[in-house]
Design a protein around this ligand. Sequence first.
Ligand code: HEC
Ligand code: HEC
Ligand code: HEC
Ligand code: HEC
Ligand code: HEC
Length: 637
Amino acid sequence: MKQMFASDRRMSCLLTVASLAAGLGTAQYAAMAGQTQIPTTIEDFFVGGTQPLELIDPMESSLSCIICHGIQFPGLVEVAPNWQGSMMAQASRDPLFYACLTIANQDVKDVGDLCIRCHSPMAWLDGRSEPTDASAFIDSDRDGVTCHTCHRMVDPVFQPGVSPPEDEAILADILDIPVRPGTGGIIFDPLDRRRGPFNFKAPFIPPHPVPDGNQFIQSPFHQTSELCAACHDVSNPAYTRVGDDYVLGTLDSAHPTGDQYDMFPVERTYSEWLNSDYPNGVDTGGVFGGNLMGDVRTCQDCHMEDRQGNGCNPDDFGFPARPDMPRHDFAGGNSWIRDTLVELWPLDAIPNAEDWQARLTEGQDLSIAMLQRAATLDISQDGARASVRITNESGHKLPTGYPEGRRMWLNVQFFDAADQLITERGYYNTLSADLDGSDTKVYEIHLGLDAAVAAASGLPEGISLHFALNNKVYKDNRIPPRGFTNAAYDAFGGKPVDATYADGQYWDDTLYALPEGSASATVRLYYQTSSKEYIEFLRDENVTNHWGQTLYDAWEMHGKSAPVLMATKSIDLTGFVLGDWDGDSDSDLADFEKFEECVTGPDAGSIDVGCEVFDFDTDQDVDFSDLRTYLLHFTGD
Ligand code: HEC
Ligand code: HEC
Ligand code: HEC
Ligand code: HEC
Ligand code: HEC
């Protein structure tokens, strides 16, 4: 064992020396002992679009926008303060990002270049993504997804009469236009022409620089979800889809088709939305959209709600307030990372530093409010069982996006007639941050390694948190949105795994057997940004730098990613016969036989129709572990 350790170390030293000698200047990462780093190169992570050092006008830091777009007036919404509290503005300060980036670089050589492309586009475009550990960053790179990033983006599909005419020439100069949006394949205007939703007429013309006579360009693209798609479908280009498998391609070469859907699906938020009812419009009854009248369609409708506000400091330029100012808060599901930042970063590099904490707190509150609009929860009694329904009200899977550590679960408490707690399913220990998921349903995606990548990396086959190495979906029971179909989701690599949803199903039901003596029940739906397992993993795997420990300490200090209560409902239960599984108001041999039939039924690994109630541990099958859970919780034994 010891010997292996030593030789492994020597190997990775040799690799480092070799790459330095070759003048590659790549990061000096070594994989963990006993593990082999996959010897990929930056070439393996090539994605089309604008490449580094191609812009004519450099990207401006957000500071140069904030001076005009940045002061918050009481009662008015403004652009920069909202953005400053968003996670996208922290994408390159986020300690979770750096902890994960480190493990990714350890596992898969040079993959960090890909990460930086989305998490700090300015650094990437200016050639500061090498070394791939972000050590070449300058202060303004830490602003993550900056104003300029989004406001110089060009629609990759030229539509005559719709697209700005300037785009035709820009697109003609791009060698590789991505087959479909995603994985950071973005086309940027090489000139500093700021694009946005509005058309301005004199005297109110934005006082921007005029590289070619355009102080602004009206861009319909900015009101479409395709703008967000470039970063909100994330694929791993090192892998190529072959049937249901994803195989490591030829090393040191770009992906053979360049099509996102042939690469390993890491995040599919945009495709989930695209293959839902939302592109055609959904009436959310005013829950989403702010001042928007009518149906909700795009990412912007929900994540950049229209409010009354100013696009620019009103006192300076006299531009009027608008009723449809797109709020730039981009609230999502992150409920704790913002708490950690002020301690981690020197404030002298932060624009408007004195307001930063306030902006972050606002952003976090908006995220929590978003989570509390994401689902509807119902509970009803069905004989000797309680039926809980979660309906997904968001525009994509619930939860969506980042796969590792994100999860949502049901907690159910049963009370007796004296309001004493009888039993609890899905108990979460606030002190230790441990969730007992063994007797409730946890909604999450689990990625992992197949046999081939396990062999190549020296890691075990199965579920893993090695983000950049994972090439197989082991579980995905996240709830689909309105308009879901299995065929469409299969096509983009987003079909449910180890869970079943019928076409059109955007809710999920769970049956909980009622314990003896229960008179009422309360169900709670929780969301957690980062699980304890993930935070510990990022600390324990790190053999390179301080980020694993720094993240761990911040997590411990700030409530251990406290679960967010998304929704809750209570119900009074009427009389029932314990053990009446067949619904005939008695509990007899027939009920037991039904259980037996379900355990021995043909649907191994899933649930036969009519057997749902026997899945006492809600792990999507009916077997003897259900009997054990039943005995534990429902008979008081
Ligand atoms: C195509 C763009 C893209 C690429 C490439 C990308 N990411 Fe991300 N990343 C995102 C988006 C979008 C989110 C937010 C998803 C969400 O909130 O659910 C995200 C979220 C994350 C998070 C979660 C942060 C938090 O606070 O919870 C981590 C960690 C992360 N990325 C690390 C990485 C690493 C490491 C890589 C490279 C191996 C990488 N990302 C590559 C777009 C990208
Ligand atoms: C000197 C002041 C000033 C600076 C600096 C400035 N802007 Fe503006 N900008 C304005 C004003 C004024 C408007 C009009 C606002 C309104 O009426 O909504 C505007 C409008 C815009 C629009 C809307 C365009 C449209 O067609 O919808 C965008 C996008 C924009 N600015 C981006 C930026 C970015 C990005 C930066 C930094 C790189 C920046 N601005 C810096 C003053 C400024
Ligand atoms: C240049 C890449 C890029 C583009 C373009 C982009 N995003 Fe993001 N987005 C990110 C990254 C990276 C993160 C994750 C930041 C983190 O958590 O560290 C993210 C995070 C988010 C989050 C999650 C926030 C949270 O609290 O968890 C939301 C919501 C979001 N983006 C919405 C949008 C919308 C809407 C658009 C289009 C208008 C968009 N994004 C365009 C890269 C991008
Ligand atoms: C109907 C409203 C709606 C639409 C449309 C919508 N979202 Fe969301 N989104 C939500 C809600 C509600 C949440 C909070 C629940 C959650 O985090 O999963 C959310 C969460 C997110 C998150 C954070 C996920 C996490 O937990 O880390 C990201 C990223 C995101 N959305 C991006 C997008 C993008 C990109 C689009 C367009 C392709 C989009 N959303 C369209 C409502 C919407
Ligand atoms: C993730 C992408 C993204 C980022 C980052 C971003 N914006 Fe925007 N911005 C948009 C989109 C998309 C719209 C149009 C939304 C709509 O119309 O629904 C918009 C609209 C605007 C407008 C038009 C509103 C008006 O009243 O004139 C201005 C100005 C603007 N952004 C400035 C900024 C500034 C300044 C920053 C940085 C502080 C910034 N944006 C950061 C995507 C972004």
